[in-house]
Design a protein around this ligand. Sequence first.
Ligand code: NAD
Length: 290
Amino acid sequence: MKIGFIGLGNMGAPMALNLVKAGHDVTGYDAAGVTIEGVANAASGAEAATGADVVITMLPNGAILQSVAAEIIPAMPKGSVLLDCSTVDVDSARAVSDQARENGLDALDAPVSGGIGGAAAGTLTFMVGGSEAAFATAKPLFDIMGQKAVHCGPSGNGQAAKICNNMILGVTMIATCEAFALADKLGLDRQAMFDVVSTSSGASWSINAYCPAPGIGPQSPSDNDYKPGFAANLMLKDLRLSQQAAASADADTPMGQLAETLYQTFVETEDGSGKDFSAMLPRFSARSRT
Ligand code: NAD
């Protein structure tokens, strides 16, 4: 397949490389001038999109996606597919797919879970919104870049799945961290706390797979001085998207709202910027009841 790839950052670069390794013809463009061996280098997004069967975008946010889409959609061949893998707001995803369809293209929103490690290993999970036909076209590419692709319904539903998942993740990480801090103050050993909770009804991915207490459970960023991993700043971005969506859909999400406030405080007024999102544990440990 001839593929255009726009946004060759931490995630996009290894994803593009996996497509090249699988034998696809990939032309890339990144505003920061990133080049990758094996990926043909275009001088603009429009050039990368010209003649492509599928154009993949992996960009920082919805505003940038919308401006890139406005540039590349006129350059894409009729019938080709615009496959956005960025995490963006549901409204931007739907606006871009509408614009693509009006121009005779098809579009998918397909945000990912699995982080930089999953992008490099080709084990991402894709949550996909858009038509059955576009999903079928993109499926061989999902199979190269990831281990699972779930078709979640029409355009925007991939982003909806992503922000709902990450809202649960933010809330369970905070709950796990505050519970560890409470356990410490009650004199409960952290290993005992892990052994009980990880096999009891308080279990979640946050404690079982990504334990915020160093030296306990599988290897995680807490064992590496809370270097990300998944940065608190990115969790804040996703929680903001969840609350923007909740406001737009008139949904009551009090826990998601509180998680957003706590991560905002942590990132913007404390020392959380640049740390892993599980660094909420030392934050709670250092605090007293307010
Ligand atoms: P990144 O900042 O490393 O990469 C984004 C790239 O886009 C940069 O290289 C930047 O130069 C490029 N870019 C910006 N504007 C551009 C433009 N107008 N034209 C072309 N290129 C442009 O970010 P990332 O970590 O690769 O994340 C990309 C997306 O994936 C984000 O939406 C993020 O939320 C999502 N995501 C990231 C992770 C993660 O662990 N990093 C996990 C899941 C999802």
